[in-house]
Design a protein around this ligand. Structure first.
Ligand code: CDP
Length: 223
């Protein structure tokens, strides 16, 4: 059987990681894992249960029996479909505080690694630095904060939701600061990664660039 590679795509909020990673997975035939969705589902659950981000013991206890499933673009938490519920402005504003907790990161680390048995395209913040440091291809996907806020706005509007550009820009910058300065698994380019600034690139150009690198590396690995 041919060797399946791991492709990691990390980067700041709204850089287009999920859309890109999904398309790269389709082009390469590798499975796809949106790890942001896992952190969002956990934040959604802890928020719903009224567990504060500071309460490490309560977080660990709540997550002990918490079951997340991700399949075919659907996210299920304890059997409930939360695909839409984890994409709200409320979750946007609380997720990073929970994601900074070791109890949250520990609870998700094993789950993420277990998804990689048949190769994987995974996007998040620490895929290349912490979860899959030996991945065959590591990408750091970024874009200017303004461009990322514009994309997030367009995404919301396409869903028929209202979107305030200034508010979204402020939130994007704040979330980046939080993710980059946290003690555990801070957002930063992984060793040996390819840095891709997509500010002036179309979505298709970004996908093509990463997919051809992935195919080249997979061919090399199987030579
Ligand atoms: O799509 P967007 O960039 O808005 O965010 P996301 O990928 O859905 O991730 C939401 C939040 O989860 C991030 O702001 C991080 O705080 C956290 N996260 C993380 O800490 N580690 C990951 N591997 C993925 C997400």
């Amino acid at each position: 059987m041919s060797k399946k590679i791991i492709v990691t795509i990390d980067g700041p909020a709204g850089a287009g990681k999920s859309t890109t990673a999904k398309a790269v997975a389709e082009k390469t035939g590798l499975p796809y894992l949106d790890t942001g969705a896992l952190y969002r589902a956990v934040a959604w659950k802890l928020d719903k249960e009224g567990v504060a981000p500071e309460d490490g013991d309560k977080i660990a206890e709540t997550l002990k029996d918490f079951k997340i499933e991700v399949a075919g673009g659907k996210v299920t938490a304890d059997g409930e479909d939360v695909t839409q519920a984890i994409r709200t402005a409320r979750v946007d504003s609380i997720v990073s505080a929970y994601a900074a907790r070791p109890e949250v990161r520990d609870a998700l680390a094993g789950f993420q690694r277990a998804q990689a048995v048949n190769g994987l395209v995974a996007d998040g913040r620490d895929m290349g630095t912490v979860i899959f440091p030996d991945a065959e291809l590591k990408i750091f996907l970024t874009a200017s904060a303004e461009e990322r806020a514009r994309r997030r706005c367009a995404e919301r509007e396409a869903k028929g939701e209202s979107a305030d550009y200034d508010e979204i820009l402020k939130q994007v910058i704040e979330r980046d600061r939080y993710d980059m300065t946290r003690e555990i698994a801070p957002l930063r380019p992984a060793q040996g990664c390819v840095i891709l600034d997509s500010t002036d690139m179309s979505a298709a150009e970004v996908v093509d660039a990463i997919a051809s690198l992935a195919k080249e590396i997979e061919a090399q690995e199987n030579r």
